[in-house]
Design a protein around this ligand. Structure first.
Ligand SMILES: [Zn+2]
Length: 353
């Protein structure tokens, strides 16, 4: 199903690209700018089973993107500058903001040298439990459990079930099924409990992903010292906030991560990214709390470009995901024109519900 959807989306993009429709639509939906989302930037790995590959791009691709942005008539600006333009209604030139979620070491190793080379401002949103080495990157732990075993047993709705996963095809299918099941659980606490049990059964150290992949405090401090860099908050525990029933706990996740970053770096983050950030993870309650806490902007992963009207919804901003599935440059051009995302949004300009 997921593959089919990707094929359809990709087919749609091909059609838009070749028909030139996006040029025609630009004045209508191109908006005033866009925010790009990236996660990992690293050389491709040969493994056949990489269910999380959609969260990464290669350094070569990133360099092409940066070169293209530099050549374009778009301003590549910081989140503070974007906020300034919204507040003052300065929309003469279209802009792009570049953002990285989670704070992986590969940002420092592969992306940062390129971002410096092209002198491009960017933001890194940090979930503070990651440098504290307490984070649970459960989507990677699930990948490891399935990669390392040929049969996986787990308790589903109180019943012990077993699944064969010998071939790459079976592993992909099982990953999608368990991932879907986890995302369907009502609370993030339930999800974490299932994953902790699964990791305990199959001897996967859930904390290891955080240690191996995420920047430590020294690296974040070094990065934050560069004027090109904006450090933003990404909560403490990287929970899907809509799956946290208690309002106070949601507020604490946002507020604490900002306080911890401020204590570590000496500067108070003004910008927030909601973990996962899709409509099942961040909604009106989260947008309201972020605004009440005084964040200048907060970003989702809802696909879309920005319009003047987002001035009134600065804590519910859409972004455009730059990921492994769509890393060919011509797709990105279509995405940034707003044509594709407008289609996904059903032509609603602002979707903050
Ligand atoms: Zn994240």
């Amino acid at each position: 199903m997921a593959t089919l959807k990707k094929t359809i989306i990709r087919g749609g993009l091909e059609t838009l690209y070749f028909s030139g429709l996006h040029h025609w639509m630009r004045p209508l939906v191109g908006g005033v700018g866009s925010i790009l989302t990236l996660h990992h930037v690293r050389p491709p790995r040969p493994d056949a089973f990489q269910p999380n590959r959609l969260l990464e791009v290669t350094p070569v691709f990133l360099e092409c993107l940066l070169r293209q942005l530099k050549r374009s008539r778009l301003d590549v600006i910081s989140l503070d500058e974007m906020h300034h333009r919204f507040i003052n209604g300065e929309f003469k030139r279209r802009f792009v903001c570049i953002t990285f979620d989670d704070g992986y070491k590969d940002l420092m190793r592969w992306a940062y040298p390129l971002l410096r080379k092209y002198q491009v401002p960017f933001a890194a949103y940090i979930a503070t439990s990651f440098p504290d080495r307490l984070g649970e990157l459960w989507w990677l732990a699930l990948e490891a459990v399935i990669a390392q075993n040929t049969r996986v047993g787990m308790l589903i709705d109180g019943e012990q079930k077993f699944f064969e996963c010998r071939t790459v095809g079976e592993k992909r299918e099982l990953y999608n099924a368990i991932y879907g099941y986890l995302r369907s659980l009502k609370t993030e606490d339930e999800l974490r409990k299932v994953m902790r049990d699964l990791c305990a059964t199959y001897s996967v150290d859930i904390a290891s992903f955080c240690r191996e992949l995420c920047m430590d405090w020294q690296e974040i401090t070094d990065l934050a010292a560069d004027p090109l860099v904006t450090i933003g908050a990404h909560t403490v525990n990287h929970k899907m906030l809509m799956k946290v029933p208690d309002d106070t706990a949601v507020r604490a996740e946002m507020e604490m991560s900002r306080a911890v970053l401020e204590a570590a770096l000496g500067t108070r983050p003004n910008h927030l990214s909601y973990p996962v950030g899709d409509p099942t993870s961040a909604g009106p309650r989260e947008f309201r709390i972020a605004a009440e806490l005084g964040f200048k902007t907060a970003v989702t992963t809802r696909p879309g470009v920005l319009f003047k009207a987002h001035r009134d919804h600065l804590t519910a901003l859409p972004r455009i995901s730059v990921n492994g599935e769509f890393q060919r440059q011509r797709y990105l051009k279509v995405l940034m024109s707003g044509a594709a995302t407008a289609m996904w949004n059903g032509f609603r300009r602002v979707n903050a519900a």
